[in-house]
Design a protein around this ligand. Structure first.
Ligand code: 4AD
Ligand code: MG
Length: 477
């Protein structure tokens, strides 16, 4: 007999028909009521066991997290809280679960505890909701780009370049530790390594994506990126997924429009397609907020917040304007910032970004035209000679969600910038070629996918929105 999913059964009105379903027991009450979940939805289906006519040994094996196969009749439920249930006619235990050993009990566990059991945490309501939303978000990302004429490009994961110039790279080598051959100068001889040169895991697919944009016009990447930055924060991972669109002939304004339209569209997609999960996460967040002091509580619920972002314009502000706001704001004057805002040109820290979005503008903000000295080499220099056409999209509760720019398309300007920063022209000969052969204005940005999932689900730690987080001192599973 064809197996139905729990989701299908909950939406079905084929009463009195025989149905077949498989899943894991969430709870078993009064020797009668199984709450069964199979991952298709946040909701369980109630399966009612005729315990008087069921073998006692079998009843004992219906424990939390046991895998079961059930055949029965779909009926309208008499109990509260569900509209349909399954009257069990045949029950088979597919896989027992020892209740004394199973770590996830049907009670509230701390997120820290669940992180240590990342292989089982997905069996909780919270994590199954988060991961279904994550999956829908990633479909929403592809849908947006595919429907808007973008080509999906798979840029390499192993590369020889450091796109961001921050030196936060994981090296890739197949030399045996401590046995790497040395050259005459006594340095490691990478010409003898697997690739014949020094290589690392990519920190961004942008440089390669640019070459594709200069032929396919509109492209995007969506893949894993790696950063060996030692930041143990709730917003940093060593392995995360980045979405990087790159568009030929787009200037910075068009780039800002694209980022805003893209984010709104993807949020719209999950609002439409993940109603049950978002409602669950909305309630969860409400409970969490209750335990916070009044002053720190958010005045918007999760769904309300997502709708707000999807429906309202992002505020666009230059770095210089933002700098003035920050320099004159109360927390700065009262020396409440860990990094005081003193001179034009300072890099903005997360505390400043969050002040701007959460306290000052109270909506997502796009900051643009940053000082050249705090941004990467490839950003287009403005006529003032000191700012570049950079943009960061800042979100409440998150800080930086997107970083992007209009690219420096002028070969001579790009070369002199690289010389200033000691970036070897020979290393990036292929990148410079795009500026030699039919160069054109072009722009793009990178969106940290986990930060988007964090915002959409209302979770507060980035380790809880990726299945198996990689962070300093942690690569379990
Ligand atoms: O601002 P970033 O460093 O920009 C780039 O890599 C550009 N090459 C993008 C481009 O223009 N194509 O990173 C982009 C985004 C950040 O805004 C942030 O959301 C996310 O990537 N990100 C991280 N997310 C999680 N953990 C980390 N360690 C992250 N570092 C950056
Ligand atoms: Mg950035």
């Amino acid at each position: 007999m064809k197996r139905s999913s729990v989701k299908e059964l909950l939406h079905s009105d084929k009463f009195l028909q025989e149905v077949h379903v498989k899943g894991w027991v969430r709870t078993f009450r009064s020797n009668r009521f199984i709450a069964l979940n199979d991952g298709s939805t946040i909701n369980n289906i109630q399966c009612v066991v005729d315990f008087e006519n069921t073998d006692e040994e079998l009843l004992k094996r219906i424990t939390t997290s046991a895998a079961v196969s059930i055949t029965g009749t779909l009926v309208e439920s008499e109990g509260k809280g569900q509209s349909v249930e399954v009257k069990v006619t045949k029950l088979e235990i597919l896989g027992d679960s020892n209740p004394d050993e199973y770590p996830i009990q049907p009670k509230k566990h701390s997120l820290e505890f669940l992180r240590e059991n990342a292989h089982l945490r997905i069996r909780t309501n919270t994590f199954s909701a988060v991961m279904r939303v994550r999956s829908a978000l990633s479909f929403g990302v592809h849908k947006y780009f595919q429907e808007n004429g973008f080509n999906y490009v798979n840029t390499p994961i192993i590369t020889g370049s450091d796109a961001e110039g921050a030196g936060e790279m994981f090296h890739v080598s197949n030399f045996e530790t401590n046995k790497a051959p040395l050259n005459e100068e006594g340095n490691i001889d990478y010409t003898k390594d697997f690739f014949g040169k020094e290589t690392n895991l990519t920190v961004s697919g942008q440089l390669e994506a640019e070459t594709y944009a200069m032929a396919l016009g509109k492209v995007y990447t969506f893949g894993p990126t790696f950063r060996a930055e030692n930041s143990n924060t709730t917003r940093h991972l060593a392995e995360f997924w980045m979405i990087e669109p790159e568009v030929a002939f787009n200037d910075l304004d068009a780039n800002m429009d694209l980022s805003e339209d893209f984010i709104k569209s993807v949020l719209g997609y999950v609002l439409e397609n993940c109603k049950d999960d978002l409602e669950f996460l909305d309630n969860r967040l409400r409970q969490e907020e209750k335990s916070k002091p009044q002053a720190e509580r958010s005045d918007m619920g999760l769904i309300e917040k997502l709708n707000f972002v999807a429906e309202n314009n992002f505020k666009r502000v230059s770095y210089t304007e933002a700098f003035d706001i920050l320099r004159n704001c109360k927390p700065n004057k009262k020396k409440k910032f860990q990094f005081p805002i003193t001179e034009w040109g300072v890099d903005l820290q997360s505390e400043h970004e969050r002040y701007l979005v959460e306290k000052h503008f109270k909506c997502p903000v796009i900051l643009f035209d940053y000082p050249a000295t705090i941004k990467a080499f490839y950003m287009r220099l403005n006529d003032d000679g000191k700012t570049v056409r950079a943009m960061d999209v800042l979100f409440p509760g998150i800080g930086e969600m997107v970083g992007g720019s209009q690219r420096e398309e002028r070969l001579d300007v790009l070369k002199s910038k690289m010389a200033e920063l000691n970036i070897d022209e020979e290393e990036l000969w292929w990148y410079l070629d795009t500026r030699k052969f039919g160069t054109a204005v072009h722009s793009g940005f990178g969106l940290g996918f986990e930060r988007l999932v964090l915002f959409t689900t209302g979770m507060s730690n980035i380790r809880d929105v990726i299945p198996f987080p990689r962070t300093p001192q942690n690569a379990e599973f």
